[in-house]
Design a protein around this ligand. Structure first.
Ligand SMILES: [Zn+2]
Length: 319
């Protein structure tokens, strides 16, 4: 079982070196770096150096397009949207909404350019985080709906509209994964589809060019008991086995309220017992220094690492 953590990164090599070594020493095999649009434009060192330094230390490096076009999961700040109002979603009343539309070719093509850019700096794989249904009625959604259903999206039957929204997500994901494999077939593709989009899981896991499929059962954010992670993990592993994919489960390690840190240890050990191929946590040091910071980031991180080290001991020799 591969263990990993999401890392917000640095553009300075000596900071990368120090943090990535800390991540390795904490029991991780993999690091998932949250590349933002701003990193591709401004903090180029983060894009260019992270995977190289990770490899030197012994970590696999996966790139995530964090909050891309304010459309994918995570920190949402988008120059692409600032510069291109045409890329925004449009609501039913015709008003533009500041979120990119995955059916818009500009949004798609720009992401592919970013993947090509990052792929030249040694990343082992690319992760598409939380693609989800959009309530968009832009010209591209209108055209796509008309070509598939033969009518106006504005007068769509709710069932047809729901299927259309779901298919827009899985087609987008499938196309991105194919692009990655066209760059280099050895590059790994992975995604997390949220529990609220559970009805998309099976269509997503079927995507031929997708290697890792998983979800993020963030129990505290949905007021679930920590034991609820088991059911999601079993479902993901079952789907992945059926479609010969690898499973990747996410552990909540951000915005942890004081006194709940022990639940991170519990969730991690419960998930690990089910035997997914990979177990990643969001995020490094409990989100310290970010808007996702836990009340006690050190305690949150300590609980994760305690579980990771036990898993490593249990699977000793796997590194
Ligand atoms: Zn649209």
């Amino acid at each position: 079982m591969r263990l990993g953590v999401a890392y917000y990164g640095s553009y300075l090599p000596w900071h990368l070196e120090r943090d990535l070594r800390d991540i390795y020493d904490s029991g991780c095999d993999d690091v998932l770096v949250t590349l933002q649009e701003n990193d591709f434009k401004v903090f180029r060192g983060k894009v260019q150096l992270t995977a190289k330094i990770a490899h030197k230390i012994g970590l696999k490096a996966v790139a995530n397009f964090w909050g891309y076009a304010c459309m994918l999961g995570g920190g949402r700040v988008s120059k692409l949207l600032t510069d291109n109002v045409e890329a925004w979603q449009v609501n039913k009343e015709g008003k533009r909404v500041g979120v990119g539309c995955m059916n818009n070719p500009y949004v798609y093509n720009t992401l592919v350019e970013m993947i090509r850019d990052a792929a030249s700096y040694e990343y082992d794989g690319f992760f598409i985080d939380e693609p989800t249904r959009a309530e968009c009625f832009c010209r591209y959604c209108q055209e796509k709906f008309r070509s598939e259903y033969g009518g106006s999206i504005l007068k769509a039957d709710p069932n047809d509209l729901s299927k259309f929204r779901a298919r827009s997500v899985t087609e987008f994901l499938g196309s991105v994964c194919r692009e990655v494999k066209e760059i280099d077939a050895k590059l790994e593709t992975s995604t997390c589809i949220m529990p609220i989009d559970r009805d998309l899981w099976e269509e997503a896991v079927k995507i031929g060019s997708l290697d890792y499929f998983g979800t993020d059962p963030y129990w505290l954010l949905s007021n679930q008991p920590v034991s609820s992670v088991v059911e999601s993990t079993r479902r993901v592993i079952d789907l992945c086995r059926r479609y010969k994919k690898k499973s990747l489960m996410w552990i909540l390690c951000w915005k942890i309220p004081k006194g709940k840190e022990h639940e991170i240890y519990k969730a991690t050990t419960l998930c690990a017992k089910e035997g997914p191929d990979a177990l990643y946590a969001w995020s490094y040091r409990g989100g310290l220094g970010t808007y996702e910071e836990s009340d006690d980031p050190d305690e949150a991180w300590a609980n994760l690492i305690k579980a990771y080290r036990e898993i490593k001991e249990h699977n000793s020799g796997s590194r």
